[in-house]
Design a protein around this ligand. Structure first.
Ligand SMILES: *Cc1c(COP(=O)(O)O)cnc(C)c1O
Length: 425
């Protein structure tokens, strides 16, 4: 006889409070147009792996070299995940244990820098990431960051500035990548700049890993010494991270993850990463990656037609950064009004933003999640129209409610992967 409470519906019985909130979140994700560019919908298979008994197992170390017994199956799971990562991205080495993107990046610092060493990365306010040396991050407190940014006239990354700073400051490590970069990143240029400066070149592709896997963005693998990525953004895996590296750096980087920064890996996440990597290697994934970019271009074109000011004038990838200054509304006011109207995105600083980061001039939006639902150019045009209406009258609550109903109605035609809740009227 089983002594534990198992089987379908057990959470709803034992903890209806949390079960109810999870179900409410399912409905929210089903009924909204989700445009936060770092978010997505994972498949039911990824959710199943994430919710598996692998969460019960400790396995500090790496396959074949563990500190606990009972690794007969976990070793296989992790080996499969690593082999799939290497095959998908064409990498010499992969490590799928980092708990998330920020700790994965920390492992890169630990492997290559000493406290106080100089490194170079993109300015946070221009589209970089906290873990690339923000003063509030450990990476900005224990090391010495110098930053490149985008050009004022084009809104595009200033490679000349990056080269000049690298020559002057001689950073030990150079990061490419960020969280609000709407244009293709020239990894060749960064690789050259790093070579000239004698720096380690690290590419953080957290946002665009799925585009790279699907052939919709150039890959830094082979150019960069190490490539870090989250697994939960365009790659459509569970919340987690991995790095890919040249074989020569494998040992130092692996040691930095464990035992340098972490204890036992999250084996349920490792399994889900393996599942997501299999999906990303399948025939449906390149068309998905292309659809993300086509949808972003369609959404950008429709916003431009309606007089929105897009940083860099458009997009090459999954992401759009809008400067709302000319619309006379702050990013925060717009984002909150849109959320009430069923359109979820985030407020964001724009390059050279005169406003404060907690109430900046811009909004950031992207198409990975709506593309996972199978939406296309027609839906992007409708979404641009709703955004325009709501941003033009952010205080109009009736408009917000009407728009939310229209959004939910459109969403019904595009089932969200992974979501089972079904209570249609
Ligand atoms: C999302 C992101 C990260 C951090 O990922 P977390 O999992 O949130 O820690 C790191 N770098 C870049 C460029 C990102 O976009």
């Amino acid at each position: 006889m089983r002594t534990s409470d198992t089987g379908a519906g057990s959470l709803a019985r034992t903890d209806p409070e949390i079960a109810g909130l999870i179900e409410a979140e399912e409905r929210r994700e089903r009924d909204k147009v989700r445009l936060i560019p770092s978010e997505n919908y994972v498949s039911r298979s990824v959710l199943e792996a994430t919710g598996s008994v692998l969460t019960n197992k400790y396995s500090e170390g790496y396959p074949g070299r563990r500190y606990y017994e009972g690794q007969q199956f976990v070793d296989q799971v992790e080996t499969i995940a690593v082999e799939r990562a290497k095959a998908l991205f064409g990498a010499e080495h992969a490590n799928v244990q980092p708990y998330s993107g920020s700790p994965c990046n920390l492992a890169v610092y630990l492997a290559f820098l000493k406290p106080g060493d100089t490194f170079m990365s993109m300015e946070l306010a221009h589209g970089g990431h906290l873990s690339h040396g923000s003063p509030v991050s450990i990476t900005g407190r224990y090391f010495r960051p110098v930053h490149y940014g985008v050009r004022r006239d084009t809104g595009r990354l200033d490679y000349d500035q990056a080269r000049d700073i690298a020559k002057r400051e001689r950073p030990k490590l150079i990061w490419a990548g960020g969280t609000a970069i709407p244009r293709t990143i020239d990894f060749e240029a960064f690789s050259e700049i790093a070579r000239e400066a004698g720096a380690v070149f690290a590419a953080d592709v957290a946002h665009i890993a799925g585009l790279i896997a699907g052939g919709a963005h150039p890959s830094p693998v082979g150019l960069a010494d190490v490539v870090t990525t989250t697994t939960h953004k365009t790659l459509r895996g569970p919340r987690g991270a991995m790095f890919l590296s040249k074989a020569e750096h494998a040992k130092e980087l692996d040691r930095s993850v464990f035992p340098g920064l972490q204890g036992g890996p999250h084996n349920h996440t490792t399994a889900a990463i393996a599942v997501a990597l299999k999906e990303a290697a399948g025939p449906d994934f390149p068309p998905y990656a292309r659809r993300i970019v086509e949808n972003a271009k369609a959404l950008a074109a429709a916003l431009l037609e309606r007089g929105f000011d897009l940083v860099s004038g458009g997009t090459d990838n999954h992401l759009i950064l809008v400067d709302l200054t000319a619309k006379g509304v702050s990013g925060k006011v717009a984002a909150k009004a849109l959320d009430r109207a069923g359109i979820e995105l985030n407020f964001n600083t724009v390059p050279f933003d005169p406003r404060k980061p907690f109430d900046p001039s811009g909004i950031r939006l992207g198409t990975p999640a709506v593309s996972s639902r199978g939406m296309g150019a027609g839906e992007m045009r409708r979404i641009a129209g709703w955004i325009d209406d709501v941003v033009s009258a952010p205080g109009d609550e009736d408009l917000g409610a009407r728009t939310a109903a229209d959004v939910a109605e459109m969403c019904r035609a595009f089932p969200a992967p992974g979501i089972l809740v079904n209570d249609e009227p």
